[in-house]
Write a protein that binds this ligand. Structure first.
Ligand code: MV4
Length: 463
């Protein structure tokens, strides 16, 4: 089998992703260290890792985001590397830098690449320079509303004001007309200064009714980069993704290939040496696609790509972090079938507020082509301090239609008692004719929710 990439890795995360990372490490023959808050002492990641260290009280800032506590745990346990998962410290360049200074390998990209892509205006400029199509927008990021208005007028309304230090939709504002611009710009500037300690904004032409399509890439420290195809993540609400799938439906092979090529081009241009995601907006009518941002981490939805390509992205990410080259060439990546992921959250189906508490009765779905990534069990008490993701159900079938049917059966089989979940919302989306036709877009979930609200109020009127 040869020697493993590391002897011991610390998992700086919790929940389903901590389990996913522990699994990959153990398959590679790596020993694992779990870190946890006092609220997570009964969590599965603590039980399944080889060792565990309590790093603080429930509040994320005092535990999973506590750099000194995480680094101390790694040093104390003799961990050679830290995997940050997603969220928490995964895109914190200062943390990655400190890991390096302490002689610990950060399992992720270089600090330089993290800083570059965290600055969304710099990311734009880098994409333009590497020949990748980018949304028309301001060349110069800044804080001057008058200068920005000139640029907005040149590109034409509606425009989108975005935070240089934002990303993932945080701090975004749509501006429909010139009269509203200065007021919204100054308001955005104050808000993002408070949120990110950086008031810098940039402006882009707003692309409505587009799809959110992202390309999974993986690179190594020798400069090789391959892509593992794309995912459509258009089914989202307030930038929280609900359903993801691969391949993206109703996209012709030529456009698909161009998008893959663009993602590889940008990654190669920056010498990207880990797994990462290049986000695009795709307009299915004009078939244009535009780079919007790059995520320099492992993403929640990585399993759909793993299912259709039969690759283990986490294992590859660990190998390249240890300095090994990518284990296969682009031509050897084969895509088969259609995968869909449904994010099952503990939340109120109407208000979307979190619904923590004790799980009373738990039965995850199973069968051929059904994967469940979860960190919960029967009688597990979901703490109120973290995000509400309970499980990801991922299905793989020969076609999109079969994958949808498989998912509907899996949802029916899934029992999660004692708490509120979004299982019914998933059924509603998967049964919706627009979703089934493949004509999906970033506003579809809002539309489906409006239809539901209208139906319910008409039922009320009839009663
Ligand atoms: C956009 C856009 C339209 N035009 N940029 C949202 C998350 C972040 N990664 C980038 N996002 C978007 N950027 C331009 N120039 C549309 C989105 C977007 C979106 C916007 C409104 C409502 C839902 C959305 C879902 C995905 C992406």
């Amino acid at each position: 089998m040869g020697h493993p990439p590391f002897k011991k890795v610390l998992i700086a995360n919790r929940g389903e992703i901590a389990l996913r990372l522990i699994r990959a490490c153990h398959e590679l023959g790596i020993r694992t260290v779990a870190v946890h808050s006092t609220a997570d002492a009964e969590s599965l990641h603590v039980k399944l890792a080889n060792e565990c260290v309590c790093i603080g009280p429930p509040s994320p800032t005092e535990s999973y985001l506590n750099i000194a506590a995480v680094i101390s745990a790694a040093v104390a346990t003799g961990s050679e590397a830290i995997h940050p998962g997603y969220g928490f410290l995964s895109e914190n360049a200062a943390f990655a830098e400190i890991c390096g200074q302490c002689g610990i390998t950060f399992i992720g990209p270089s600090v330089k690449n993290m800083r570059l892509m965290a600055d969304k205006a710099q990311a734009r400029r880098t994409a333009i320079a590497s020949g990748v199509p980018v949304v028309p927008g301001s060349e110069d990021a800044g804080i001057d509303a008058k200068v920005a208005l000139k640029e907005a007028e040149a590109m034409g309304f509606p425009v989108l004001i975005k935070a240089v230090s934002g990303g993932g939709g945080r701090g975004m504002k749509i501006v429909e007309k010139a009269e509203d611009f200065e007021r919204l710009f100054n308001q955005a500037s104050r808000e993002v200064e408070a949120a990110f300690n950086d008031p810098s904004l940039y402006v882009e032409k707003f692309i409505g009714q587009a799809r959110h399509v992202e390309v999974q890439v993986i690179g190594d420290k020798a400069g090789n980069v391959i892509h593992l195809g794309e995912r459509d993540c258009s089914i989202q609400r307030r930038y929280q993704k609900l359903i993801e799938e691969s391949p993206a439906p109703l996209m012709d092979d030529e456009t698909r290939a161009k998008m893959h090529e663009s993602a590889v081009q940008l990654s190669k241009a920056i010498g990207y040496g880990s797994c990462g995601t290049i986000e695009f907006l795709y307009d299915p009518i004009s078939k244009d696609f535009f780079f919007i941002e790059m995520n320099t981490r492992l993403q929640v939805e990585h399993p759909v790509t793993e299912m259709v390509t039969f690759t283990d992205i986490v294992k590859e990410q660990i190998w390249v972090a240890s300095g090994r080259e990518i284990s296969y060439e682009q031509d050897l990546v084969r895509h088969r079938g259609h995968a869909i992921e449904a994010r099952i959250n503990a939340e109120d189906p109407i208000t979307f507020t979190p619904s923590p508490g004790e799980i009373e009765g738990y039965h995850p779905p199973g069968g051929l082509g059904v994967r469940v990534d979860s960190g919960v069990y029967d009688r597990y008490i979901i703490p109120p301090f973290y995000d509400s993701l309970v499980a990801k159900i991922i299905v793989l079938a020969e076609t999109r239609e079969e994958a949808i049917r498989k998912m509907l059966v899996a949802l029916d089989e899934c029992i999660i008692g004692g708490i509120k979940t979004n299982l019914d919302l998933h059924r509603m989306v998967l049964n919706h004719e627009a979703f089934r036709s493949g004509n999906i877009h970033t506003k579809l979930l809002d539309t489906i929710l409006e239809e539901r609200a209208a139906k319910e109020s008409s039922v009320e009127r009839a009663a």
